[in-house]
Each structure stands twice: as C-alpha cells, then as structure tokens.
Design a protein around this ligand. Structure first.
Ligand code: SAM
Length: 233
C-alpha cells in the first residue's frame, strides 16, 4: 500500500518515528511554552520572508534539524538571511530553542512538526537554500516510501527552490545513499549535482558544520558520511 495520503505525493503517511524522547527539563519546557510561540511558523497561510521577518530576504529551510546545531550555526553565519527549521521531535525543538536564545538569533523561525506541511505553504521559487541532513533512513525496503528522499518530496524541493538555489543533503547510511542518488538522477533536469570527483562527497564542504548526530555516527559507530550539493537549474 502506498504511504502517500489523499493522492498528494508530498504528504507521506508516517514519515517520522518518535516525537518525544526523555521528558523535557523545566528550562526546556519553559522555552517550548514561552519562546516557541514567539518564533513559531504561523499555523496557516503562506510562509514568506515578509510574513516571518517583516521584509524580503534570502530564505533557508532545514528539514528535520534534530538538535538545531546546524540551523543555529547557519543562522549565526548569515544574520541577514531568514531561517526556517521544522522538526517533529519535541526534545530537538527544545534544544534548538536553547541555541536561538543563547545565540540571540533573531532570524530563526521554527515549526514543531512535519517539514512538508510548511514547505507546501512556501511560494514556489522562494528558497535560497534547503538542507536535509541525515534523514531517518527507513532502511527496510518495505518502508522505502517513508524516506524523505522520494519523488514527491524532491519535486516539492525543486518547486520551492529559486533557480540557482542550493539543496544540501548528507547521510551516513549506505542504503539511503544509493536510494537518494537514484531519486536525484530522475531529477537531473531540475538539479545539477555540484560534483568534482570523490572529494566532493567524501569531504565536508565549508560552512557545513558537524551535528552531534553526525559526530556520533562517525566516532561511535565508525560510519562514513557523504555530502551532496545540488544546484536548482
Ligand atoms: C537522524 S535525525 C538527524 C537530525 C539532524 N538533521 C542532524 O543531522 O543532526 C533525523 C531527524 O529528522 C526528523 N524528521 C523525520 N521526519 C520528519 C519530517 N517529516 N519533518 C521534519 N523532520 C523530520 C526526525 O525527527 C529526526 O530529528
């Protein structure tokens, strides 16, 4: 049975696994109750730079930001750009909120939930950059349709990026790697792979910080990590 609901190829059935881990500490709970409502993506309607940040500016979107380290790093690096992050795991949202508060990051907006729900509300050709780092692998064949890298979501990524915009994808999972490259090959008319030999995917590109998840994958589990940059044609 297809994981797509309602005939909409960008609505994946059960895309994410857990939405809560350990109970939040009191400080984290407070951040979720007080800071999140101030910087949450509006629940309905178009998601534009003007609406979120009061003026037009380059928009970046991170799908499944985990603990928010990469999102916070990028937002700190580019204070005049606007950053939107979506993450269904509340513990990750709480960690990202702590980064936003500690870094005084006025250019971040968060969505606690499914990234595709927000992405669909962004007007076409709006995003300067889109990040998908270590998406849940769903390694079993029978769950392949739950992977974020599939034709429906990737078509949506292509729609939402501006021509010349960049899609960054990283994974430490060999099954996902093969699957993702197969999908991206089908989108070769819309995405140019920015590749110059093995070094391009084996070495971390500059401005692409390591998250805690990735460090653990490398140092604890001994995984290789692969990095991909695609330019929207
Ligand atoms: C393996 S973690 C990687 C976290 C982070 N990107 C990193 O590299 O450290 C995958 C994340 O994707 C999130 N996720 C899964 N489905 C999602 C969806 N539909 N929208 C947004 N995030 C999603 C999960 O909750 C999880 O935090």
């Amino acid at each position: 049975m297809s994981a797509y609901k309602d005939g909409d190829p960008t609505t994946l059935g059960r895309l994410y696994g857990r939405s809560q881990g350990k109970p939040l500490r009191t400080g984290q709970q407070q951040l979720v109750e007080t800071l999140l409502p101030q910087i949450a993506v509006p629940a309905e309607g178009a998601v534009t730079a003007e609406r979120l940040f009061g003026a037009d500016r380059p928009l970046h979107f991170e799908i499944g930001f985990g603990g928010g380290e990469h999102l916070a790093y990028r937002a700190d690096l580019l204070p005049d750009h606007g950053f939107i992050g979506a993450e269904p795991f509340v513990n990750g949202v709480a960690q990202a909120l702590a980064h936003v508060r500690e870094g005084g990051l006025a250019n971040v907006r968060l969505h606690h939930g499914d990234a595709l729900e927000v992405l669909r509300r962004i007007p076409d050709r709006s995003l300067a950059m889109l990040y998908l780092l270590h998406p849940d692998p769903w390694p079993k064949n029978k769950h392949a349709k739950r992977r974020m890298m599939n034709d429906g979501p990737v078509a949506l990524f292509a729609d939402k990026l501006k021509p010349g915009g960049e899609f960054r994808f990283g994974t430490d999972h060999p099954v996902y790697l093969r699957h993702a490259l197969m999908v991206m090959r089908r989108f070769a008319d819309r995405f140019e792979w920015l590749v110059k030999g093995r070094a391009s995917w084996e070495n971390r590109p500059s401005g692409w910080p390591e998250t805690r998840y990735e460090r653990k994958a490398r140092t604890v589990f001994g995984h290789e990590v692969w990095y991909f940059r695609f330019r929207r044609r």
